[in-house]
Design a protein around this ligand. Sequence first.
Ligand SMILES: [Zn+2]
Length: 206
Amino acid sequence: MDELDDAARGWVGLPKFDRDYLGQRVKGTLIRARRRYLVETFGEQMLGAVAQAAPPDAARILTDVPLAFEWGPMQRMIGLDIAIIRVAFSGDAARMQHLGAEIAGYDLPLTYRALMKAGSPSFVARRMGSVYQRYFREGNVRAVASDKGATMRFGGASQPLFMCRYGMAGWMQRAIRLSGGRNCQIEHTECRHDGHAECIWRCDWE
Ligand SMILES: [Zn+2]
């Protein structure tokens, strides 16, 4: 991990997980979605502004965009996300929740058309583990769901704080909504960055 300033450290979370990110891989589709989100939300010129604030390897993936199914270093995406939070989100890491939600909105209706069509919210919640593994090679999500709610647990790897608290929460919430769950509330009830063994989300809907 490059030397982080205080703001970035606050977004990324506990330094003891920094080493964990080094070996992890993420799917190119997550990079492509970030690029698309920046262009659609802020306009083409935001790409240049984010690239200027990002480390060179992270800046490069905005122009030399990886293929959707390609695995690349998570470290590079974290560098990009820090620049996105700093420049596009004016330092407000909570806005990663909207980015996470939009990624679910881009991918689920296409890639998981059958799942979304056949599925109730609980059906979709129970499959979040297998969907997670299409985006992240390391770590796992286990879900227990009933008709009106689900509990998701993440372990086996680390995610930066802005990702578990906001990005993943936004993704999960939008997935439940897209599968028909109304007034879906999500809360990140336990977090590895608060000293818990796993990250846990509680999601309830009507
Ligand atoms: Zn967490």
